[in-house]
Design a protein around this ligand. Sequence first.
Ligand code: AMP
Length: 217
Amino acid sequence: MRLVLVGPPGAGKGTQAEFIAANQSVPKISTGDIFRANVGQGTPLGLQAKKYMDAGQLVPDEVTIDMVRDRLAEPDAADGFLLDGFPRTVPQAKVLDEMLAELGTALDVVLELVVDNDEVIRRLSGRRTCRGCGKIWHVEFDATERDGVCDRCGGELFQRDDDKPETIAERLRVYADQTAPLVDYYGGQGKLVGIDATGPVEDVTQRATDALDPFGG
Ligand code: AMP
């Protein structure tokens, strides 16, 4: 299955992407994760991406598209993949369609995780990441026993720059402006399926599984 996940920041794309990719036995390809790994390692790509990420803006298409093209060319993506965080703009979606057409294939389905803005703000502003092991906690929904300390490894928790309130507002603005038009784009291709992404994680995963069932999953 060739699948794209769309939804606003904080919709739970990363979490659901893990489960769905495992269920469908396809690799999860997350552009946000690839950028963060590059930032962590201080690569030239990471240095280029970081300033946009910290400001809540999109990394320019020419950087992002080349990175995805390389990743899709790896052997594990030959028979299917789940893209999380890409495409983020209609131009990226058009290029993806072209890339797949060149390979003689196409997307099967685009799954939209639907969550309203207030819920997104609550989710993102409470998120804390462990410096030690990278685990993500939440001050309200998944709190650690001691404030600011990871229950799993004892590492210090911090707030990702892109989860700070001013950046969240910018990410939502960018989503509405640049990413939400994908819903119409894929709707027009008859590939869009939307699910309610509120409530317990397992419930959302079940809705996703049910929604993907007719597409061979
Ligand atoms: P995410 O973890 O998907 O929210 O991505 C974190 C950040 O990485 C975004 O706010 C962007 O700055 C950047 N990013 C991730 N995917 C893309 C993309 N497809 N196009 C442009 N920038 C991206």
